[in-house]
Design a binder for this molecule. Structure first.
Ligand SMILES: [Mg+2]
Length: 150
């Protein structure tokens, strides 16, 4: 199973505020951006279930930067889709949809945006929307994954 994650306001605080993982020494050298508390636990659990972990962001952060940011926390990513990759893959259709997980064989996309959830309903892809205040988001994501048909 392939699971993708949005970055801004889902795993990295921006407009939304939530607790973040404690920083490690290496991390300070790579970035000032921090990951949401629970990210490490969740991604470890996904690895144990043989899930692939993708980042799907409409930001212009470079894939190399994103890869290093997660590696500094000890997390290996399978694929990074930024705005450039999204636009290239969808070519003509890229402007009409903010995210299209099925184009990258993603089974479940995790995001903070209700708009992405609406696109999922309209275009038939699965989403899990993380609420800003959801302290149980890790177990809620894992429950959702368990409920998916294989
Ligand atoms: Mg977002």
């Amino acid at each position: 199973m392939t699971i993708s994650f949005d970055l801004d306001d889902t795993l990295i605080p921006g407009m939304k505020r939530f607790p973040t993982e404690s920083q490690r020494f290496w991390h300070r050298l790579v970035s000032r951006e921090k990951l949401r508390t629970g990210t490490l636990t969740l991604m470890k659990a996904l690895r144990e279930q043989d899930c692939k972990i993708y980042i799907y962001t409409t930001s212009l952060r470079s894939p190399a930067y994103i890869r290093w940011l997660f590696l500094s926390y000890g997390i290996r990513l399978d694929k990074i889709i930024n705005k450039t990759v999204h636009d290239k893959t969808l070519s003509g259709g890229a402007g009409t949809v903010s995210k299209l997980p099925p184009a990258f064989d993603i089974d479940l996309h995790i995001d903070d945006s209700p708009g992405v959830a609406q696109e999922g309903v309209r275009l038939n892809f699965r989403t899990f929307i993380v609420e800003e205040q959801d302290a149980d988001w890790v177990s809620n994501v894992l429950k959702t994954i368990k409920s998916l048909p294989l």
